[in-house]
Design a protein around this ligand. Structure first.
Ligand code: FAD
Length: 353
């Protein structure tokens, strides 16, 4: 008999959504987290936006992921008596005429149309707030206050503050694994980009990107919608405080705020947004990207007790709950890991693992 069914390393979006699914499935779960003050999850804006990118495509499998994410977060809100997931109107402003043409074409698709909101862009954003002459559209979106979700979830979890050293702290038995003195049937790495340094998962080809994000306090009221125009502006619980993000830097993979990235974000905002503001915070963290935002789950090829849930990319809030449910089924009922999401697809035959 082991102390736990599953020990999870990392209490970011991956570890938290997985732990909550496992507990709901009756598993005994321990979460070990290093307590790092700035992580991708802690600084994320939590936007869940159905139509994205220059080609205005529907976010990958949004019609499955978004309803499931909303249902999942609503359940945790109820269990914790906290509110951290909100419906939001998201306004997308065109940056060039070609985008309007793409939008006109995309509207022929009934599935695309189901995500549009009725709100007229210039009604949401009056002239004294923003220049909307280039046009745009509004959509029904959602936003998770990620830091509030992670904090609330701790009331439902057993969490121990510890930074796991994989070389020193982990020992594998035949059907179990021991980590920092706790025995378990499974040990799952949910370490975000820190997994790039995990000696057991060195075969995972991270293509991670640092993101800078500014917190602004506006000097007069701004509509509580999220706004997208080559950057995004996301509301917070404080009606004057918004988050402005986020840059992509594939070279400098650290958590240090980058002045040039901050300046670039401000330039994009002030090109069309008129409300004066003060910057009250500047943070940065690394998004764990492997292949766009398609998460990876599965087991280590030589140690079947060792699991992996990572690579949520830029969409941890939207994709996390769905992948957590999938991996929970694999861990609890032995459902096979679907090949397209299996971390083992990156193992090169013959290479040591
Ligand atoms: C600026 C920015 C803005 C973003 N905005 C959005 C957004 O609007 N919407 C959205 O959906 N996504 C957004 N994202 C992406 C989102 O943040 C990620 O998809 C998500 O946070 C990844 O979660 P994770 O749990 O895999 O990793 P992390 O958040 O990095 O969590 C990993 C956790 O594991 C812990 N850990 C790591 N190694 C160890 C160890 N060895 N021992 C113990 N603990 C360990 C860390 O301390 C951390 O708590 C944004 C990201 C950034 C950087």
């Amino acid at each position: 008999m082991t102390d736990f069914d599953v020990v999870i390393v990392g209490q970011g979006l991956a570890g938290t959504t997985l732990a909550l699914h496992l507990i709901a499935a009756g598993q005994r779960v321990l979460v070990l987290d290093a307590g790092t003050p700035v992580t991708a999850s802690k600084i994320a804006a939590g936007l869940m936006t159905p139509i994205t990118g220059q080609r205005l495509t529907l976010s990958w499998r949004v019609d499955e992921f978004l309803p499931y994410a909303r249902e999942f977060y609503a359940r945790i809100e109820q269990e914790t008596d906290r509110a951290f997931c909100h419906d939001r109107i998201a306004v997308r402003l065109f940056t060039k005429e070609a985008e309007r043409a793409v939008f006109e074409r995309r509207q022929a698709d009934p599935q695309f149309r189901t995500h549009l909101a009725d709100a007229a862009v210039d009604a949401v954003l009056p002239d004294d707030v923003a220049d909307t002459e280039g046009g745009g559209f509004s959509m029904n979106a959602a936003q998770l206050d990620v830091a509030a979700f992670l904090a609330a979830a701790r009331a439902l979890l057993t969490v121990e503050e510890a930074a796991v050293d994989w070389g020193r702290d982990v020992a594998f038995g035949t059907d179990s694994v021991t980590v920092l003195g706790h025995s378990s049937r499974y040990l799952v790495s949910c370490e975000g980009f820190a997994a790039a340094a995990n000696p057991y998962f060195g075969f995972v080809p991270f293509n991670a990107a640092k993101g800078d994000i500014l917190t602004l306090r506006f000097k007069s009221p701004v509509p509580a919608c999220s706004l997208h125009r080559g950057m995004w502006l996301a509301p917070t619980d404080d009606p004057l405080v918004f988050r402005l993000g986020a840059s992509y830097d594939w070279a400098q993979l650290d958590n240090l705020p980058d002045a040039a990235a901050g300046a670039m974000l401000e330039e994009k905002l002030t090109a069309f947004f008129h409300v004066p503001y003060d910057i009250i915070n500047h943070e940065a963290a690394v998004r764990p990207i492997v292949r766009e935002s398609k998460a990876l789950i599965g087991f280590h090829p030589a140690h079947p007790q060792l699991g992996f849930f990572n690579a949520l990319g830029s969409k941890g809030s939207l994709h996390g709950p769905w992948f957590a449910r999938l991996f929970c089924d694999c861990l609890v009922t032995g459902t096979p890991v679907p090949a397209e999401f299996d971390v083992q697809q990156y193992v090169t035959p013959g290479d040591p693992v």
